[in-house]
Design a protein around this ligand. Structure first.
Ligand code: NAI
Length: 325
């Protein structure tokens, strides 16, 4: 039996976590042979609801769960954490400007960055899900000076998975047959789902679809998918976001077997001339618990324009929270 690892999850009484925690507990993230100790963080008004989640977790009698800790103190929830999934964040309230939202979340992620710095394992793998995910991740990273910046990532996997699914449907194939998809930049409506290198059943996707569909249907569909789900379901994507978080962490921890995935990562030293102080999604492969940028891709004029637009947005977000980093 392996030694249990500590998995911290914030926003643990929220809707994404209601799917996420149970999948982590079932071994979907780290394998069916990896016991876990769950360290669940919430804010005081949600602690009672969190107790209800814990009652249900106990009722599942998951063989891999070797302990459950709940707290409203990040220093407790992140103690010795090997993995930290930062899901909790402040939703946009009525009349709230985007800059207010950035600042309100900034306050959360400065505190959580410091708490990770002071308490978590030095090898902790951090995934920020709570929006605005890339900039929240940048804030947490900057407030954790003793941790390697490479330990901090933001979730783009939902956008990546959505892209693969759209291509599979369009080409009458299966998402597992779609490879080398890249979603660049910010987890927002400026993200750039790029099919320039993508293949389906081994053949170039761009030969299988027409450019009009790519530019005028595919890209906006992926960019606006979150809003479409809210409209249809009356609530934001939760189970699919949880599933993407599981995919992201599993590949990072256990390897992506050479497959490209999209991850928001610290842009320092990137090979695509992107500003070096952002959390920007790049094409990534994972091996031995490390992520690595896929370098050397040729970037055409259209791609460059799209990559620049999402980079500009991230620079603007950073400016709005500059005093927090
Ligand atoms: P939710 O509102 O159901 O749950 C959020 C939970 O976070 C609440 O229980 C709240 O009490 C808690 N929380 C707030 N501040 C906290 C703090 N300082 N510490 C710990 N917990 C705190 O929201 P949901 O649907 O679970 O979504 C969570 C976040 O994930 C949102 O910001 C959403 O926009 C984002 N999201 C990101 C996606 C991505 O692809 N990166 C995809 C879908 C959602």
């Amino acid at each position: 039996m392996k030694t249990p690892v500590r998995v911290a999850i914030t926003g643990a009484a929220g809707q994404i976590s209601y799917s996420l925690i149970f999948r982590v507990a079932a071994g979907d993230m780290l394998g069916k042979d990896q016991p876990v100790i769950l360290q669940l963080l919430e804010i005081p008004p949600a602690m009672e609801a969190l107790q209800g989640v814990v009652m249900e977790l106990n009722d599942c009698a998951f063989p891999l769960v070797h302990g459950i800790i709940t707290s409203d103190d990040p220093n407790v929830a992140f103690k010795d954490a090997d993995f930290a999934l930062l899901v909790g964040s402040r939703p946009r309230g009525p009349g709230m400007e985007r800059s207010d939202l950035l600042k309100a979340n900034g306050a959360i992620f400065t505190v959580q960055g410091k708490a990770l710095n002071d308490n978590a394992s030095k090898d902790v793998k951090v995934l920020v899900v709570g929006n605005p995910a890339n900039t929240n991740c940048l804030i947490a990273m900057k407030n954790a000076p003793d941790l390697n910046p490479r330990n901090f990532t933001a979730m783009m996997r939902l956008d990546h998975n959505r892209s693969m699914s759209q291509i599979a449907t369009k080409t009458d194939s299966h998402s597992t047959k779609v490879e080398k998809m890249v979603v660049w930049g910010n987890h927002s409506a400026t993200q750039f789902p790029d099919i320039a290198n993508a293949t389906v059943d081994g053949a170039p996707v761009k030969d299988a679809v027409d450019n009009d569909w790519y530019v005028n249907e595919f890209i906006p569909t992926v960019q606006q998918r979150g809003a479409a789900i809210i409209k249809a379901r009356g609530a934001s994507s939760a189970a699919s976001a949880a599933s993407a978080a599981i995919d992201h962490m599993r590949d990072w921890a256990l390897g992506s077997d050479g497959r490209w995935v999209s991850m928001g990562v610290f842009s320092k030293g990137n090979s695509y001339s992107i500003d070096e102080d952002l959390i920007y999604a790049l094409p990534i492969t994972c091996e031995n618990g490390e992520w690595k940028e896929v370098t050397g891709l040729e970037i055409g004029e259209f791609q460059q324009k799209m990559m620049n637009a999402t980079e500009e947005e991230l620079k603007g977000e950073k400016e709005a929270v500059i005093d927090l980093i």
